[in-house]
Design a protein around this ligand. Structure first.
Ligand code: CP3
Length: 349
């Protein structure tokens, strides 16, 4: 079947599907033995610069699980590192920045991205993956708030104190930073789509730590510019964050075709919040997968049921696969989702 007619892309577009599509955030990762043996030691940033390796790591979960989409093996910090802003990705911790972004003058350290010169390996990986699998390839980038939080805090954060301080004490500096990060994300996503990605996901993982008012003022405008800038490509645009229950309606106004939902909000409630023209992605609690297939299967059936309330539903976890997850549980979840009848009344409409 041509990728354009795949159930994954159809569900994103709120069109009928033969069976519900499924993929898993962080499906390429430490829970897979073949990932651990191929990935080796060394920084993920180095692994991403090797298209042969990155393409193979991208394809592993597609083969093992039979998921409906491949997500590029990369990281949201790749374009940031590629423009020369010093960032390390520390295993078990995440992105760490030794000289955080704290003042307007720090903008000189964050130049625009030229994907051809700066990240040719990303496009090359996409091209290889497209040739290796027969499912759509999802390109991705970090949204400005989530990226900025790493640059400003210097690493993962619980309270986002420095980031919120910057927003509220120096809004002009904040907006200049958010604009720059939007330009970088947009350039990266364009290059991924031009190389063959047939959908994109914007990760605003930590947006749920903002109040509605702050999300609307400080995060949404730059997010909207990225998603709006991708409109001419006509590929589905997925916008995802954790803890965003009270932001879902705003996220649906950002230009997203699909809104990703974590496990806190049942999908029928999420559907009411995003309205009748936006598909949903989610939202099984990844921790339930640790309890084994019986527990995960019960929870997955509920997710599928609640997902019927949305005009399109892509089954996924509510956040990334946890490292201790048994691959057999994910594999059986894919079988369960595929054996479920699609949204009532959706076929043949
Ligand atoms: O399979 C996939 O989903 C594709 C791969 C992917 C990675 N990072 C690879 C990775 C994706 C989509 C990302 C996005 C990403 N990176 C996000 C948004 C998604 C989310 O989880 O909310 C964020 C916040 C980051 C930043 C980041 N990079 C974190 C928090 C970590 C984890 C640190 C750890 O070791 O626990 C990373 C490192 C990272 N990115 C790994 C992988 C497979 C693990 C370490 C490695 O292989 O070196």
């Amino acid at each position: 079947m041509p990728v354009a007619d795949s159930d994954f892309l159809s569900a994103c577009r709120c069109e009928p599907v033969a069976r519900p599509p499924v993929w898993f955030m962080r499906q390429a990762g430490r829970s897979l033995p073949e990932f651990r043996s191929l990935r080796g030691e060394g920084s993920i940033l180095d692994a991403v610069r090797d298209p042969e390796l990155a393409a193979e790591l991208t394809c592993q979960p597609v083969r093992r699980y039979g998921v409906d989409a491949a997500i590029l093996f990369s990281d949201i910090m790749v374009p940031i590192a590629a423009v020369g802003f010093e960032v390390e990705i520390v295993p078990g911790t995440g992105p760490v920045v030794n000289r955080p972004f704290r003042a307007r003058s720090d903008l000189t350290r964050l130049r625009l991205l030229d994907p051809v010169a700066d990240t040719p390996y990303v496009s090359e990986t996409v091209r290889r993956v497209v040739a290796m699998v027969d499912v759509p390839v999802i390109g991705f980038a970090g949204a400005p708030f989530t990226l900025a939080s790493y640059l400003v805090e210097g690493g993962p954060s619980r309270d986002f104190a420095w980031t919120k301080k910057l927003m509220h004490s120096e809004p002009e500096t904040w907006f200049a930073l958010a604009d720059r990060l939007a330009e970088i994300a947009l350039a990266s996503l364009r290059s991924q789509v031009e190389a063959g990605a047939s959908a994109v996901q914007l990760f605003d993982s930590w947006a749920g730590w903002l109040s509605r008012a702050d999300y609307e003022r400080f995060a949404l405008p730059a997010t909207r510019r990225i998603l709006g800038g991708l409109a001419p490509f006509r590929v589905p645009r997925i916008l995802f964050g954790v803890g965003t229950g009270e932001l879902l309606d705003l996220m649906a106004t950002a230009g997203a075709d699909v809104v990703g939902v974590d496990w806190r909000v049942p999908l029928d409630r999420a559907a009411a919040r995003v309205g009748p023209h936006t598909a949903l992605q989610g939202n099984l609690d990844p921790a339930i997968c640790l309890a084994g297939f019986d527990a995960a299967g019960v929870a997955a059936r509920r997710v599928l049921d609640e997902g019927h309330a949305a005009p399109g539903h892509v089954f996924n976890l509510g956040h990334g696969v946890l490292p201790g997850t048994d691959p057999a549980v994910l594999q059986r979840l894919v079988e369960l989702v595929h054996a479920t009848s699609p949204r009532r009344g959706a076929m043949g409409r």
